[in-house]
Write a protein that binds this ligand. Structure first.
Ligand SMILES: Cc1cc2nc3c(=O)[nH]c(=O)nc-3n(C[C@H](O)[C@H](O)[C@H](O)COP(=O)(O)O)c2cc1C
Length: 347
């Protein structure tokens, strides 16, 4: 851990987790966090959806829900940044506390429930930023919505013009019933409607699924995505499962578990999805990445891009460069000249 961040962390780790998140956002807004201007190792460059990204390491959705700091986050060294989940109308989310650190396990449990400023706030910020880097927009549904698919359609249509890719998040465990949208008929109907809504401004469209998906669920999800010629799948969101190995006092809090306890599960589900996708479209691996080796395992299991969030809670921005350096070293060790060569090596 870099010395400046170790110092900041002494303070942040004593704060309530959501208060620490608020401070991190404020530091990014005011330019307090140092940008990483170093060029990435050439082997990390990755081609996806007709674009070339400097590296495959992304920030997962949930950190910048309202598109307040995508550019400051890109400057920290991420190859891609995903904002959201954005819902059509502003909403409070669940009562606090709703975000818990599990330090002994290097995990996090959250039951945020999509708190956010709503579509219009995100749209006006995205519309006024200079278009640069690779910024994905993740969309969801309001808790009290009577037509959830219509929420995805509204957000996708309004935000597609400002997105380098769009994500339909049908896997948050914290909005009751949302995960039902992963079922075959519902998912197909939802994604068709979103595809129609963005037909005038086509942008890569991906779906984010739960790491709790069973083999049968994966059969359905991948079949729908292949039929509809979707552009990708993110595997995945937080898990409702609780591995027996968890030690932290907060392990029984309700919500989705992320971070180190999710690494193996999410990589296994990614690999199962990749076998079914058979290269038809790219996969994004997310869940428990805290080291270069975790990112590399996901790439070898079929991911073209990876994302992380929880490890940043413990390691802060210096983690990004460390993961990239470790990943470049692992590629070189195994004789891969590029990330692309390693994608799916274990399949
Ligand atoms: C506090 C918190 C909030 C999150 N909010 C969202 C969200 O709004 N939309 C979403 O698709 N995923 C959300 N996620 C899930 C992450 O994007 C990611 O899929 C998950 O945490 C696994 O990655 P990790 O182990 O690196 O954290 C959230 C995760 C956390 C910890």
């Amino acid at each position: 851990m870099a010395a400046w961040y170790a110092f900041a962390d002494l303070f942040l780790s004593r704060l309530d987790a959501e208060a620490a998140h608020g401070l991190a956002l404020r530091a990014l807004k005011t330019g307090l966090l140092p940008a990483d201007r170093r060029a990435d190792p050439p082997s990390l460059a990755v081609k996806v959806w007709g674009r070339t990204l400097p590296n495959p390491v992304g920030l997962a959705a949930g950190f910048d829900k309202n598109a307040e700091v995508p550019d400051a986050l890109l400057d920290l060294g991420f190859g891609l940044v995903e904002i959201g989940s954005v819902t059509p109308r502003p909403q409070e989310g669940n009562p606090r506390p709703r975000l818990f650190r599990l330090p002994e396990d290097r995990g996090v449990i959250n039951r945020m429930g999509f708190p956010g400023q709503g579509l219009e706030a995100a749209r006006s910020r995205l519309a006024t930023r200079p278009r640069r880097g690779f910024v994905g927009v993740n969309v969801g549904a309001n808790k009290d919505s009577t037509d959830r698919a219509a929420d995805y359609v509204a957000c996708s249509a309004a935000l597609a013009p400002y997105a380098d890719y769009l994500v339909c998040n049908v896997s948050s465990p914290n909005t009751p019933g949302l995960r039902n949208l992963q079922g075959r008929a519902q998912l197909s109907d939802l994604l068709k409607r979103v595809q129609d809504a963005i037909a005038a401004k086509p942008v890569p469209l991906v779906v984010k699924i739960a790491p709790d998906a069973t083999e049968d669920d994966l059969d359905d999800i991948v079949a729908v995505c292949r039929d509809l010629r979707m552009d990708g799948i993110i595997v995945g969101n937080t898990t409702l499962s609780r591995p027996a190995s968890l030690r932290a006092a907060r392990r029984e809090e309700a919500g989705g578990l992320s971070g180190a306890p999710l690494t193996t599960l999410s990589t296994d589900v990614l690999r199962s999805a990749a076998k079914r996708v058979a290269g038809q479209f790219p996969l994004i691996g997310c869940g428990g990445i805290g080291r270069g080796a975790d990112a590399y395992a996901k790439i070898r299991a079929g991911a073209s891009l990876v994302q992380l969030y929880s490890a940043m809670v413990y390691e802060g921005p210096p983690l990004i460069r460390r993961i990239k350096d470790e990943l470049a070293a692992l590629l070189a060790r195994d004789g891969f000249a590029s990330v692309g060569e390693a994608v799916g090596a274990d399949l």
